[in-house]
Design a protein around this ligand. Structure first.
Ligand code: ADP
Ligand code: MG
Length: 683
């Protein structure tokens, strides 16, 4: 019986299906299949055709074939380990069925003598006779065998037969869903309904038919659902009423007058976006996105000072303590002395920590800097009005929503990220927020010169390093792995450290993932204080810290990194006024594709452009940050192949927002496709 208009069936537990027990359910759960709906997206990769019936004389050894034969005689040897055998034939020849580990009774039942059966299995040959060992399918009802079965990438523990049974059962019971798209949208996909699209998706004739209407429709459903959820969250947050903050030219000037540079136009524009939000009566939830070194910190500090002057507390969180300290130090320098700011560090003595916590409660502290732990610890604020979160691209939509809720209604939220996102993905990654983008680099910046070098030319590199050290510059030397691993052929930072330390005694520091946090900070601080000229490290220097004196970055085994990651690393240098360089080292000559990628990096200094190109060359799953970003991978939609669908969905969402359209009709779509728990109370 069909379930009419009932999507609950699709969201129900797998055990609702016949033939799915606890064991199968556990296996599927490991593959992130939690309900019936999830199973729909495990697509057939190929299929087995059992419809062709062969004569025995035409059988091909090694092939999987279907035959109709008549069993003539049983041979059940009463000897251990010898298989049971049944001699069979058709008009054209003879074949034996061989059974290991099968009981006589069972064999008699499935292969009764002198009655035709249909059998499918792999054809073998033994001493000149055809044989078929443990046939996959046997039945007297040929219609049960002579089918086409899809082949899925199976999970261990589930046979193809079981899997097909499960899928066929679902397809048979597929509820008829009410169409959520309007006619115009549907027209773009040849009026393909959801139900018929799903049937086609599992039809073996349609394997990898990515360009077909049914496929596009389903991909579009997925994209629209993802955008729509984000848009709903955004709308919901915008509806939250708060006490507005005031801002004055004075606070702005107090900071600006101390800077040796003037703000870029993009910095000014972002500042205006944020100040307008702070000044409004609805809660801010904004992302400040800007390439590495684009100057986001100063923007955030100016806005923080406004909030403090309006009588609220501010909290700034960074991913590492050293970064939090760096921001704290800068604020200490720029803020008027009467403003009370503190760094909450895990290393401070307990008394000190207690004092800070207490004073935050008593409203004696205006602004606190620390890591994300500030939120995990149960710190309460007297009057928190603004949360700034630096380098947060690893947070997903869900975490951000929690964060926004936690601060309370009066608390505005600003997130800052240097991870550039290809345009098609902005709405699915950051669609829950308003976005300000800083594209323009500060004017005094010189482009970092990027070179590639073969590892065999390391002497040239060393000579270059010597010259730079002589000029008072500092160098990052990046190695991808901690310890020598022959298999991965990565350069070890430990060996490199030893090697460099011999050439530049007492002038090299080593930093890798196994060094404890506290020691890590000491090393970085010493490097910041120019106690060493070279810092050998794995990629941990990637995150946000500003080293104005570092001028050269050398990246070994550069082909192990993605373009965006190389761009982020390169952004660590060239903050000062001197010419900076980035040397990419390679073990062997580059392949054509690798050359293409490196040339993009050499010719562009724009993180957005680089991430687009990177995505085109490597697929979007691999771009920096994505795997951890909490962005769910699309099941069907592909941001490169389906760019048009992404743009179409973006347009539709804008229309929905503009007309303030009721989205009730998308209820089923949202429940099925997306994070229903987030929007539960919204639709
Ligand atoms: P990011 O956007 O990567 O967080 P930062 O805020 O750390 O960048 O800024 C990088 C460096 O650029 C800092 O040393 C900062 O003082 C400097 N800076 C910021 N804005 C400007 C500007 N408009 N002109 C020149 N230098 C700037
Ligand atoms: Mg930063």
């Amino acid at each position: 019986m069909k379930n009419k208009n009932n999507y609950d069936y699709l969201l129900s537990d797998l055990t609702k299906l016949n033939g799915v027990g606890k064991k199968t359910m556990e296996i599927l759960k490991k593959k992130k299949v939690n309900n019936i709906f999830d199973l729909l997206w495990k697509l057939p990769k190929s299929y087995t055709d059992r419809t062709l019936v062969s004569k025995v004389c035409d059988l091909q050894i090694g092939m999987n074939q279907t035959i109709r034969i008549v069993p003539l005689k049983y041979q059940f040897p009463r000897v251990r380990n010898l298989p049971n055998k049944v001699n069979c034939q058709d008009q054209s020849g003879k074949i034996d069925c061989i059974f290991f580990n099968s009981h006589e009774g069972y064999i008699r039942k499935i292969l009764p003598l002198n009655e035709e059966v249909t059998i499918n299995g792999k054809i073998g040959n033994y001493k000149g006779r055809y044989q078929i060992t443990n046939p996959t399918y046997i039945s007297q009802d040929s219609s049960l065998i002579e089918n086409i079965d899809n082949k899925y990438s199976l999970t261990e523990g589930i046979t193809e037969k079981t899997y097909n049974k499960i899928i066929n059962q679902i397809l048979k019971n597929l509820p008829t869903l009410t169409e959520w798209h309007d006619d115009d949208t549907l027209q773009s996909f040849g009026k393909e309904s959801w139900n018929s699209a799903i049937m086609k998706l599992h039809d073996p004739a349609n394997i990898e038919n990515y360009k077909a209407n049914f496929y596009k429709r389903l991909a579009y459903d997925e994209i629209l659902a993802s955008f729509l959820v984000n848009s709903e969250i955004r709308k919901k947050i915008k509806k939250i009423k708060k006490v507005s903050k005031k801002f004055t030219e004075k606070a702005y000037n107090q900071i600006i007058n101390q800077l040796s540079f003037s703000l870029t136009n993009d910095q000014k524009a972002s500042l205006e976006d944020i100040n307008n939000d702070l000044n409004s009566k609805s809660k801010m939830f904004r992302l400040l996105q800007g390439d590495v070194g684009s100057g986001k910190t100063i923007v955030s500090l100016i806005t923080a000072l406004n909030v403090i002057n309006s009588g609220f507390q501010v909290s700034l969180m960074a991913p590492t303590e050293i970064l939090a300290r760096q921001h704290f130090t800068l604020a200490k320098k720029l803020f008027p002395k009467k403003i009370s700011i503190e760094l909450l560090s895990s290393k401070s003595p307990n008394i000190e920590k207690k004092r800070i916590v207490k004073e935050l409660q008593n409203n004696k502290i205006n602004m606190v800097f620390g890591t994300h732990a500030i939120f995990q610890k149960k710190i309460t604020f007297a009057n928190l009005g603004y949360i700034i979160i630096d380098e947060q691209h690893k947070f997903g939509v869900r975490q951000r929503k929690l964060l926004s809720d936690k601060g309370g209604d009066n608390c505005d939220v600003l997130l800052m990220s240097a991870t550039p996102i290809p345009r098609t993905l902005t709405m699915s990654v950051y669609g829950d927020m308003d976005v300000s983008i800083i594209k323009e680099k500060p004017k005094n910046r010189k482009e970092v010169k990027t070179y590639s070098k073969l590892e065999s030319k390391i002497d040239d590199v060393i000579n270059f390093v010597k010259k730079e050290i002589k000029d008072g510059n500092q160098i990052f030397w990046v190695c991808p792995l901690i310890e020598e691993s022959k298999k991965l052929d990565h350069q070890s930072s430990v060996t490199k450290y030893k090697f460099l330390n011999k050439l530049f005694p007492n002038n090299v520091a080593l930093l890798h993932g196994k060094i404890e946090n506290e020691e890590k900070e000491q090393i970085l601080n010493k490097f910041l204080n120019k106690e060493y000229s070279i810092l050998v490290s794995t990629t941990i220097i990637e995150v946000g810290i500003d080293f104005p004196n570092a001028n050269v970055i050398i990246i070994e085994n550069a082909n192990k990194f993605g373009l965006s990651q190389l761009h982020q690393l390169r952004g660590r240098v060239g903050r000062g006024t001197k010419q900076a360089s980035c040397i990419l080292m390679f073990k062997s000559n580059l392949t054509v594709n690798a050359k293409k990628r490196i040339n993009i990096l050499k010719s562009s200094n724009d993180g957005f452009e680089i991430s687009e190109e990177d995505m085109k060359l490597r697929g979007f799953g691999d771009i920096l940050g994505f795997k951890q970003s909490g962005v769910k991978n699309f099941r069907l939609a592909d941001p490169i192949q389906n760019e048009d669908l992404f743009l179409m969905a973006e347009k539709q969402i804008k229309q929905i927002e503009l007309e303030n359209m009721n989205i009730d009709k998308y209820k089923a779509l949202l429940k099925l496709y997306d994070q229903a728990d987030i929007i539960n109370d919204m639709v």
